[in-house]
Design a protein around this ligand. Structure first.
Ligand SMILES: [Zn+2]
Length: 451
């Protein structure tokens, strides 16, 4: 599958390259992208004829940011689910709203959410998906230019969930498989599929077991939510007589290519149950604070060789600021409170959104650092402004993580295509990602009664 390219060669000229490569090199120079791949980086690259130039003198060039957990289908719901802990947040607001989605409203939400992600420098998301409207989300990802791992959300049980979200496990998993086969590898390989059972309280044993079987058949990853709040784990223990980790082990889920959001309450006993199996984690600090879920122990998680830890803004109604730069800052600040200043460096926070994020979405051979052979996914930051002024000797990582926000983003490039330029999305019509979502949420709200 190929997409027509607007240019074969793109040269980002004369910037500071913050490579996030194995040596964490920071070097002055150029970066050449040809046919969507980084082919060279360093000083004085001579561009081939008809190269598109981005003049980056005085700017910082980084690998595009990776968000290991988002909900594009919730982008329309910002501000509609305030001041509630996790289970009430889901039951009273998010589930009824998600249940009212159609492919059309999901497309509008997906495009709005993707625009939001791109504008903060995000080039890759691991998208959790929807029960209804998933085709619309996939189409929005394709049209937005984002790189994504995505799959249909699976649910078949759970207190307080609307019947429209509770599907027959056989049919739900079958539909998830059909969507996977249709979309995996689409958009020139920018889109990858996944299977997404929501969390233990939403899914019967049957869904988990069918998911594990299908995941093995397709070679697909499994993406879910795990150990987000204490109340959630208590509810699982009350219902099943066992914790989430033990339940997932018993159903074979831990043996899949498993990616989980949160893991706030993953500690020694859960690690023992995991038994050294690999696990990919998306840290979502804003959502964990807003829903009062807790603060994950990042140094502890990152010290485990079998864990890969990335970062994500989760959803617009639990953040509500989908700025991945803000998310990195928050991750670092919270560890300062938890473990003391210096327990988690700005470089570590940047790793969450770049090279470690790539591992957390299983795509580290292609994204996460600026290296020849990797995809041309790049964000260019302008820090030469009062709010990001840097004294001589100040670390570039500290400047980016602690001071920069989305307004520093000058360009965002995905697969060699320019997707953001000075706060604009040159390939999209604002009607599509602003006016259409405003209509879609009005239409959706007319069909739903919120408690
Ligand atoms: Zn989530």
């Amino acid at each position: 599958v190929t997409e027509p390219r607007s240019h074969r060669h793109l040269l980002v000229r004369g910037g500071t390259l913050v490579t996030m490569d194995p040596g964490r090199r920071v070097l002055e120079g150029d970066l050449l992208i040809t046919d969507g791949r980084i082919v060279a980086l360093g000083a004085g690259i001579v561009p081939p004829p008809a190269t598109r130039l981005l003049e980056a003198r005085g700017l910082f060039v980084l690998p595009g940011f990776i968000q290991a957990h988002v909900h594009l289908g919730q982008a329309l719901f910002r501000g509609l689910a305030e001041d509630r802990p996790l289970l009430r947040w889901l039951r009273e607001r998010i589930w009824p709203l998600e249940a009212a989605h159609t492919d059309d409203t999901a497309y509008a939400s997906g495009l709005l959410g993707a625009a939001d992600c791109l504008l903060s420098g995000t080039t890759t998301v691991q998208e959790f998906g929807l029960v209804r409207g998933m085709e619309g989300i996939f189409r929005a990802i394709r049209d937005s230019g984002l790189r994504a791992v995505a799959g249909k959300c699976l649910m078949d049980t759970g207190e307080g969930a609307p019947s429209a979200l509770l599907e027959d496990p056989d049919r739900a998993v079958e539909e998830a498989g059909d969507l996977y086969r249709r979309w995996h590898g689409e958009a020139g390989g920018r889109i990858r599929g996944a299977l997404c059972p929501r969390f233990v309280l939403s899914c019967s044993r049957a869904i988990w077991e069918r998911t594990v079987t299908l995941a093995a058949e397709l070679g697909a990853p499994v993406h879910t939510h795990l150990l987000e709040s204490e109340a959630e784990e208590a509810a699982v223990r009350a219902a099943l007589g066992t914790g989430q980790m033990e339940f997932l082990r018993a159903t074979g889920v831990l043996d899949a290519d498993l990616r989980v959001a949160h893991a706030v309450w993953l500690r020694e006993p859960e690690l023992e149950t995991l038994g050294g199996r690999p696990l990919k984690i998306a840290h979502c600090p804003s959502a964990n604070l807003k829903l009062g879920s807790g603060v994950a122990d990042l140094p502890f998680l990152r010290a485990q060789a079998n864990l890969a830890v990335g970062i994500g803004c989760d959803g617009a109604p639990c953040n509500n600021d989908m700025d991945v730069l803000e998310e990195m800052r928050l991750a670092a600040l919270l560890q300062g409170l938890k473990g003391g200043p210096g327990s988690f460096s700005a470089l570590s926070a940047l790793e969450l959104a770049t090279i470690d994020g790539a591992r957390a979405v299983g795509w580290e051979d292609t994204i996460g650092s600026l290296e020849a052979g990797k995809a041309g996914d790049v964000v260019v930051l302008d820090l030469d402004r009062p709010q990001t002024f840097g004294a001589p000797g100040a670390s570039i990582y500290d400047r980016i993580v602690y001071a920069a926000a989305r307004d520093a983003v000058r360009w965002v490039v995905v697969d060699g295509e320019i997707r953001v330029e000075n706060g604009r999305l040159p390939h999209l019509d604002p009607e599509e990602y602003m006016r259409r979502p405003a209509e879609a949420i009005r239409e959706l709200l007319s069909r739903v009664e919120l408690r």
